[in-house]
Design a protein around this ligand. Structure first.
Ligand SMILES: Nc1ncnc2c1ncn2[C@@H]1O[C@H](COP(=O)(O)OP(=O)(O)OP(=O)(O)O)[C@@H](O)[C@H]1O
Length: 206
């Protein structure tokens, strides 16, 4: 179980962006987070994935505090995948930095073999995003945070991508946190949905 207890974060060490955030995600469950623009959803995602240090509270996985030196079992997929790839590496090397995915997995996300030998700039935003999703699916990953990950896709491709991701999460019993402004996506795929405001008020064990 991924548990956040009383998390507080500040960018300037003067005022809290959010404080007293509680969130529990069980393996195999899909939890949606929505909220006003600028309320701190992406920041919370970065805190959970270990990209940003938090100043208050604790984050536990199966009752243990996450070991920062080890592979982080909480993997974050961001909206703008071009910001999370090295522009000087070819796609196959970007994937290999994490692990070598099977062709079957690549196919599930509609990745063509010929794209592997391209530079990031030679792919569309949607094509690049497919790589970011696959890259996060390391075998040691236990939780995925998907932060507005399908905004660049047409509606048919959105369905294909969500179906593939949800299938894998179900098969591997991964917990999935979905951050989105699109309530119709959240209501279709999530077991529970919270606003940032509600996370601040909630109790640990619900
Ligand atoms: N590196 C940073 N340094 C200082 N302030 C930041 C930094 N990154 C984000 N912020 C501020 O923190 C607040 C929360 O940003 P965040 O991106 O977490 O919001 P969000 O809820 O994900 O917004 P949106 O729905 O628009 O994506 C914003 O006011 C933003 O300007």
């Amino acid at each position: 179980m991924l548990q956040c207890e009383n998390i507080g974060f500040s960018y300037d060490n003067q005022s809290w962006l959010f404080e007293g955030v509680y969130l529990t995600v069980k393996p195999g469950k899909v939890v949606g987070i929505s909220g006003m623009s600028g309320c701190g959803k992406t920041t919370l995602a970065k805190v959970l994935a270990g990209h940003l240090p938090y100043q208050k509270g604790r984050i536990l996985i199966n009752q243990d505090i996450v070991d920062k030196k080890d592979f982080n079992p909480v993997q974050l997929i961001l909206q703008h995948s071009e910001k999370s790839v090295n522009p000087y590496w070819k796609m196959k090397d970007i994937l290999a930095e994490s692990y070598i995915p099977s062709m079957e997995l690549l196919e599930q996300f509609g990745i063509k073999e010929e794209w592997l030998s391209r530079w990031p700039i030679e792919l569309s935003g949607g094509e690049l995003q497919r790589f970011s999703i696959v890259r996060a699916l390391h075998l040691k990953t236990k939780y995925i945070i998907a932060d507005e990950i399908t905004t660049m896709f047409d509606s048919i491709t959105q369905v294909q991508i969500w179906r593939a991701l949800l299938n894998i999460c179900q098969k591997r019993k991964l917990g999935l946190i979905v951050i989105s402004h699109e309530m119709d996506i959240l209501t279709k795929i999530c077991d529970e949905i919270y606003t940032m405001q509600e996370l601040k008020k909630s109790i640990i064990d619900r």
